[in-house]
Design a protein around this ligand. Structure first.
Ligand code: ADP
Ligand code: ZN
Ligand code: ZN
Length: 667
C-alpha cells in the first residue's frame, strides 16, 4: 500500500539496484514526498537520493530500516511528469531508475550538502538570474512561404504533434525554430522551450542568435563541457522556471522543466544524440517520448533525417514539412567526384582538388577540406618486418601525432613517444602511413604556398574557447583554407566558403556498420552545406575509388528522398531497423573467451524463455578490445518493439538471478 503520508519513503539512488530503497521518513516529515531530493545512508556512505513515493507498509523488518539523513527542502520537488519520464527512460533502456534520475541531477545536488551548501545554492541562483541580460532584440527576416507553413504547423497549444522538418542546409530551419518559440512565448511568457543540438561546439553560435532574438527571455545552456557551478545554476534556472529557453546537448533531454511546452531537436539524425555509456539512450527518441507524455509539439529538424524518423514520416506518424530551397536563394553547390584510380593522391591530395583549391584562394574565396581522422597518420609501419603501431590495450592502431611526436590511441587515450626504430626488428625505416588532419595541413601548406591554412579538430581546440576563436578567424576572413574533422562540417554559417573538398569518403562505403552509408550521405551533404551560403557559385569535390556507387549519384542530385527510399528498401528486405527492432547485448571481460562464454550462457537462458526473441551468435565487437577489456556482443531481434521489450525485461531478470556471486555483474 502506498500513501502520501506513510512513515516510509521509497528512495532511488545512483547505484545499480533494480528496486528503490526503503527508508524511514525521519525528521522533517513534512518535507518528504515524491520528487524531493534527500541524503540517505547506503552502507557506510551518505549519498544523494530522490524520493519516488511514500508508503504505509513495508515487507522489510522494521528495525532494519534506517531514517533519511536529510531532506533537501531548499529545492522544489521534481515534478510528477519528470519522475514518470525518467522512469519510462529507465524501463525502456533497461537501466535502474536511480541511475537515470539521480544521475540527471546537477553537481550541486549530487553531492550531499555540506556546511557551506546554503551559500553555494544562493550563488547558483544568483548566477542563473544574471543570464537574463540580453542585447537588444535583433530583427528577424520575413519568413518565406515554406517557413511560414512550418511555423504554423507547430501548435501553440493543443497536444502532442511530432513534426519532421526536412530542410536542405541553409534553408532556414533555425528561423522556423525561433519563430515557433517566439509564438509560444507570446502566448505564454512563462512557458519553456527545450532546444537540443548535437554538439557543444554549436551552442555558442546558436546561443548568441537566441540572445539577440529573445532579449527579455532567460536562456541557459546545459552540456557536459560546463564547469560544475555553471551547470548547476543553469539546471536550477530551468527547474525553477526562470529559464524560458534551455539550449543543450543530449543530456539536456533530462532537464527538469516544469513549464515545458515545446521541444526542438536540431540535426535530429546526428549520432551524437546517442549516449554510449551509462544508460544507452537516444536523446532524440526520448525527446519524442517526453513530448508525447507532456502533450506538447516537437520539431525534429534535419537536411538528412535519420531513416528511422523518415520512416515514421512516410508512414504518417510524424507530420512531414519541407524547406526545399536555401533561404537566401543561393544555389546548392555542384557536387563532383574525383576518381582516385585515375588521380593518384600525394599526401592525401589529388591534382584536380589542388588546382581547385588554388583557384579558389586566388579569387579571395575560402575553401574547406574535410577529413574524418585526426592526428598525422592513422598508423606507423615497419617496412622490413611488418610491425604496426597498435595500442597495447585496444584492438586498434595507434595514430601518429606529429605535433608531439607521439603515438596516440584515439579510443583509450594511451600515448607514448614514437619509437626511433622498429621495436621488433630494429629497422630505422618506419613510416607513417595514410593521412589525418595534421598531415593534410602539411600537404596543403606545401601545395598552396602563401595561403593561410587553419586546422580545426579536437587536438587543436583542447583549450576552452579555442574552437570559438578559430571559427571566428574563419568568419573574419583571416583564413584561406580550413582543414578539419566533422567539427567543421556541422551547422556553421561560413559566408565566403565556395569550395569543399572531401578527402576520404571511402572508409564508410566499405564499413561493416549498416548505418555507414546513411552517415556518409549525411556527412557529405552536411559539409557541402558549408559551401556557397552567401550566393557564391560553389563546388564540392569528393575523392573516391568508387565513383559509380549509387550513393554518389543521389548525392550529386541532392536527392535525399531517393537515397532514403533505396536504403529503406534495402533495410526492409534485409530485416534491419527500423523494420526489425534489434537490441545488442554486450559483454566485457578480461578474456575474449569469458565474454563469449557469458553470451553463450545468456543465449541458452534466453532461448528457454516462453517467447524468445531471435538470438544470433555471440561475436567479438568491431572494437574487440578497449582499454584492456575484451568485448563481445550478441544481437537480439523481434518483429515487434513491444515483444522485444518484454523479452529483454525477462531475459535481464534471468541473467541477474543467474549471476554468480563473484562473477561478472549484469548491468
Ligand atoms: P538552417 O538552420 O536550415 O541551416 P538558418 O536558419 O541558419 O538555416 O538560415 C540560413 C541563413 O539564411 C541564415 O543566414 C539566415 O539568417 C538566413 N535566412 C533564414 N531565413 C530567411 C528568410 N526567410 N529570408 C532571408 N534570409 C533567411
Ligand atoms: Zn620491424
Ligand atoms: Zn587504446
Amino acid at each position: 500500500m502506498s500513501g502520501d503520508r506513510g512513515p516510509f519513503a521509497e528512495i532511488v539512488v545512483d547505484l545499480p539496484l533494480a528496486q528503490p530503497l526503503t527508508y524511514r521518513v525521519g525528521e522533517d516529515e513534512h518535507l518528504a514526498g515524491p520528487g524531493v531530493c534527500c541524503v540517505v545512508p547506503v552502507g557506510r556512505r551518505q549519498v544523494t537520493g530522490l524520493c519516488v513515493g511514500r508508503s504505509d507498509e513495508t515487507s522489510l523488518a522494521e528495525e532494519k530500516i534506517r531514517p533519511v539523513t536529510r531532506w533537501v527542502g531548499e529545492i522544489a520537488p521534481l515534478s510528477e511528469a519528470w519522475l514518470s519520464f525518467t522512469r519510462f527512460a529507465a524501463d525502456y533502456y533497461q537501466h535502474p531508475w536511480g541511475q537515470v534520475a539521480v544521475a540527471a541531477l546537477p553537481p550541486l545536488l549530487r553531492t550531499p550538502p555540506g556546511p557551506r551548501w546554503a551559500a553555494t545554492l544562493k550563488r547558483a541562483r544568483r548566477a542563473g538570474a544574471a543570464e537574463t541580460a540580453g542585447a537588444g532584440a535583433s530583427a528577424a527576416p520575413p519568413l518565406n512561404r515554406e517557413q511560414q507553413l512550418a511555423v504554423d504547423a507547430v501548435p501553440v497549444s493543443g497536444g502532442f504533434v511530432p513534426i519532421l522538418l526536412h530542410g536542405v542546409t541553409g534553408s532556414g530551419k533555425t528561423e522556423v525554430y525561433l519563430n515557433a518559440i517566439e509564438r509560444l512565448l507570446a502566448d505564454d511568457p512563462q512557458a519553456q522551450a527545450l532546444l537540443l543540438v548535437p554538439e557543444i561546439g554549436l551552442t555558442p553560435q546558436l546561443q548568441s542568435r537566441l540572445r539577440a532574438r529573445f532579449a527579455a527571455t532567460s536562456i541557459v545552456c546545459l552540456h557536459s563541457g560546463l564547469p560544475d557551478a555553471e551547470r548547476s545554476s543553469a539546471w536550477l534556472a530551468a527547474h525553477e522556471g526562470r529559464a524560458g529557453i534551455v539550449l543543450g546537448t543530449r543530456l539536456a533531454v533530462f532537464a527538469s522543466l516544469p513549464r515545458l511546452r515545446l521541444i526542438v531537436v536540431d540535426e535530429e539524425h546526428d549520432p551524437s544524440y546517442k549516449a554510449g555509456d551509462g544508460v544507452r539512450y537516444s536523446a532524440r527518441d526520448l525527446a519524442v517520448k517526453r513530448a508525447q507524455m507532456l502533450g506538447a509539439p516537437i520539431v525534429l529538424g534535419s537536411a538528412t533525417p535519420a531513416l528511422e524518423s523518415w520512416a515514421q514520416a512516410i508512414q504518417g506518424r510524424y507530420r512531414l514539412l519541407r524547406l526545399p530551397r536555401r533561404a537566401s536563394d543561393a544555389a546548392q553547390p555542384q557536387v563532383e567526384l574525383i576518381d582516385l584510380r585515375q588521380h593518384k593522391p600525394a599526401g592525401g591530395l589529388t591534382e584536380p582538388l589542388r588546382t581547385a583549391l588554388a583557384d579558389t584562394t586566388a579569387r579571395g574565396e575560402q575553401a574547406l577540406v574535410f577529413i574524418n581522422r585526426r592526428g598525422y597518420a592513422p598508423v606507423v609501419v615497419c617496412d622490413s618486418c611488418g610491425w604496426l603501431s597498435v595500442c597495447p590495450q585496444c584492438a586498434v592502431f595507434a595514430a601518429f601525432h606529429k605535433t608531439d611526436g607521439a603515438l596516440h590511441c584515439h579510443h583509450c587515450g594511451w600515448r607514448r613517444p614514437v619509437p626511433r626504430a622498429c621495436p621488433t626488428c630494429g629497422n630505422q625505416n618506419i613510416a607513417a602511413v595514410g593521412q589525418g588532419t595534421q598531415r593534410l595541413e602539411e600537404t596543403l601548406s606545401a601545395a598552396l604556398p602563401g595561403s593561410r591554412i587553419l586546422r580545426i579538430d579536437r587536438d587543436s581546440t583542447r583549450r576552452r574557447g579555442s574552437a570559438d576563436a578559430a571559427l571566428a578567424a574563419v568568419h573574419a576572413g583571416d583564413t584561406d583554407v580550413l582543414v578539419g574533422t566533422q567539427m567543421i562540417a556541422k551547422g556553421h554559417d561560413f559566408q565566403r566558403v565556395s569550395l569543399v573538398g572531401v578527402v576520404n569518403a571511402d572508409a564508410q562505403l566499405v564499413s561493416h556498420d549498416f548505418r555507414a552509408p546513411e552517415r556518409l550521405f549525411a556527412t557529405v551533404l552536411q559539409v557541402a552545406g558549408r559551401a556557397g551560403r552567401s550566393g557564391l557559385p560553389s563546388r564540392v569535390l569528393v575523392q573516391t575509388r568508387f565513383p559509380d556507387h549509387p550513393l554518389f549519384a543521389a548525392l550529386r542530385r541532392f536527392d535525399y528522398d531517393g537515397f532514403a527510399r533505396d536504403q529503406l528498401a534495402d533495410r526492409k528486405s534485409a530485416g534491419m531497423p527500423p523494420y526489425m527492432p534489434q537490441a545488442l547485448l554486450t559483454a566485457q571481460a578480461r578474456t575474449l573467451e569469458a565474454a563469449l562464454a557469458f553470451l553463450a550462457r545468456a543465449r541458452t537462458l534466453g532461448r528457454a524463455l516462453p517467447e524468445p526473441a531471435r538470438l544470433y551468435d555471440p561475436v567479438p565487437m568491431p572494437l574487440a578490445r578497449l582499454a584492456g577489456v575484451f568485448r563481445a556482443q550478441m544481437l537480439a531481434e523481434a518483429p515487434r518493439r513491444r515483444a522485444l521489450q518484454v523479452f529483454l525485461r525477462e531475459w535481464l531478470a534471468q541473467l541477474r538471478s543467474d549471476e554468480p556471486r563473484d562473477g561478472p555483474r549484469v548491468r
